[in-house]
Write a protein that binds this ligand. Structure first.
Ligand SMILES: [Zn+2]
Length: 393
C-alpha cells in the first residue's frame, strides 16, 4: 500500500502524541493510551512497537488487571539520549548535561573574564566536549544543545545585542554549527529560564506565568496558555526597560528611570556602594549583613523589594498572570525583600487582577536558564524522534 504524504504526517503526529502520553502518564498500558487519546488499539499498538524499536519506550512487568490478562506497562526511556544546556552569564558559563526528563547528570561552571565572541565560543565548545565524554550507554547520545544568552536573540538565532557581554550582531549559531549543528537552539536567557521553570520547576502547574530574571538587569519570559510569548521578532519580555520613574537614573539603554535602574542586582550594588564607602560589598555580603539584622542592609533590601513591587504591579495589571517566578541572582536574597515586594504589589495593583496571582521564587535556583536551554533540543527531538542525530566525538 502506498502511503501519501498526509498520511505520513498524521502518523508522525499520532506517534508524537502517543510518546507524549507515555511521558506524562507513565507507567501505563496500551489500552490506557488508547482510552486516553481516542486512537484505536491496533494503531496504538503499532505506534508503540515502533517506539520500542527506536528504544524511546520500554516495557515493564504486568500492572493491575481489571479482570482479564494483566497488561504490560510502558515507560518512557529517559536515558535514550542526553542534551546539554548552557547559560552564558556575566560571571561564568554554567553548563548541564541532562537526561531526556531534564535530570542533571553532570554540570560544569567555567569562569568567564574575556567576553569576546571568539573566546566564549571556544569555552562553550570545550565545555560541551568535556560534558559529552564518557556518556552513559544510550541509543542516541547527545540529541542536541541549547544555549541561553543575556541579550536579544532574533528569530534566526542571531544575537542582535548583548550589552553585558559587549556583543552586537554575533552569529553564535553560525560559529558553533560546524561542530554542534543539527539540533542547536539559541535563545534569550530569560526565555530559557521561563521554559525551565515551566517544565521542571515552580511553574509546572501554571499555564500563564511570568519568569523574572533579576541579575545585572531585569529580563522576563512570558508564558501564555502554556507557550512562550515571543513577540514579532522574538524580542518580547524586556520588562527591565519599562519606565517607572520619568526622571530616574540613566539606564544603559539611554532612557531614564527604567525599572532595572531601581530594582536589579546592579541597582542594589550601586546603592550599597554609596552607603559603605570604604568597601564595595557584593550581593552575598549584603545578604549576610541583612541576615545578621544590619539595619542599613535591611533598609536597602526593603527599598529594592518596594521597587520590584512597583514594576510587578504593572505586570499584574497588564497580564493578569497566575504565577510570577522570581529567578536569577537577586532571588538569593528573596526572603529579605519578599515582604516589601508583596506589600507594594498589594498596594498598587488592581484587586481583581491580583486575586489569583501567586509570587514564588525559582525552584531550579541558578539552573533555570541552563535547564530550560537543554529542554529546547529535547522537545525538538521528541516531537520528531526520526530527526537525524549526530554522535559527538
Ligand atoms: Zn533601560
Amino acid at each position: 500500500m502506498k502511503i501519501t504524504g498526509d498520511q505520513q504526517l498524521i502518523k508522525k503526529m499520532n506517534k508524537s502524541i502517543v510518546l507524549d502520553t507515555i511521558r506524562q502518564r507513565q507507567p501505563l498500558s496500551r489500552a490506557d493510551i488508547s482510552a486516553g487519546i481516542g486512537l484505536n488499539k491496533a494503531t496504538v499498538s503499532s505506534l508503540v512497537s515502533e517506539l520500542i524499536d527506536s528504544r524511546l519506550v520500554t516495557e515493564i512487568g504486568p500492572g493491575e488487571s481489571s479482570g482479564g490478562r494483566k497488561p504490560t506497562l510502558l515507560l518512557f526511556n529517559k536515558q535514550a539520549g542526553f542534551a546539554i544546556g548552557v547559560d552564558i552569564r556575566v560571571s561564568d558559563l554554567l553548563a548541564v548535561l541532562v537526561d531526556l526528563e531534564g535530570s542533571v547528570i553532570r554540570e560544569k561552571s567555567v569562569p568567564l573574564t574575556d567576553f569576546t565572541p571568539e573566546n566564549v565560543v571556544d569555552q562553550i565548545g570545550k565545555t560541551i566536549r568535556l560534558l559529552s565524554r564518557r556518556l552513559p550507554d544510550s541509543p542516541y547520545g547527545i540529541v542536541g544543545i541549547g544555549i541561553g544568552v543575556p541579550g536579544l536573540v532574533d528569530e534566526t538565532s542571531r544575537v542582535v545585542s548583548a550589552p553585558n557581554l559587549g556583543w552586537d550582531n554575533v552569529d553564535l549559531a553560525g560559529a558553533l554549527a560546524a561542530e554542534f549543528g543539527g539540533n542547536l537552539h539559541i535563545d534569550n536567557e530569560a526565555n530559557a529560564g521561563a521554559i525551565g521553570e515551566k517544565l521542571y520547576g515552580a511553574g509546572r502547574d501554571s499555564q500563564n506565568l511570568i519568569y523574572l530574571s533579576i541579575g545585572v538587569g531585569i529580563g522576563s519570559g512570558i508564558i501564555v496558555g502554556g507557550a512562550l510569548y515571543r513577540g514579532t521578532s522574538n524580542f518580547s519580555g524586556e520588562v527591565g526597560h519599562m519606565t517607572v520613574a520619568e526622571d530616574g537614573p540613566l539606564c544603559r539603554c539611554g532612557n531614564r528611570g527604567c525599572w532595572e535602574t531601581l530594582a536589579s542586582e546592579k541597582a542594589l550594588l550601586d546603592r550599597a556602594a554609596g552607603i559603605w564607602r570604604d568597601h564595595t560589598p557584593g550581593l552575598e555580603q549584603i545578604l549576610d549583613a541583612g541576615k545578621r539584622g544590619d539595619k542599613q542592609a535591611l533598609d536597602l533590601l526593603n527599598e529594592i523589594g518596594s521597587q520590584l513591587g512597583v514594576g510587578l504591579a504593572n505586570l499584574v495589571n497588564i497580564l493578569n498572570p497566575e504565577l510570577i517566578v522570581i529567578g536569577n541572582r537577586l532571588s538569593l536574597a528573596g526572603e529579605l525583600f519578599e515582604e516589601a515586594m508583596l506589600q507594594t504589589i498589594k498596594n498598587r495593583s488592581l484587586s481583581y487582577h491580583r486575586k489569583k496571582t501567586h509570587v514564588d521564587f525559582a525552584k531550579l535556583g541558578i539552573r533555570s536558564t541552563a535547564l530550560g536551554a537543554a529542554s529546547m533540543p529535547i522537545t525538538a527531538f521528541l516531537t520528531d524522534p526520526d530527526v537525524s542525530v549526530r554522535e559527538l566525538s
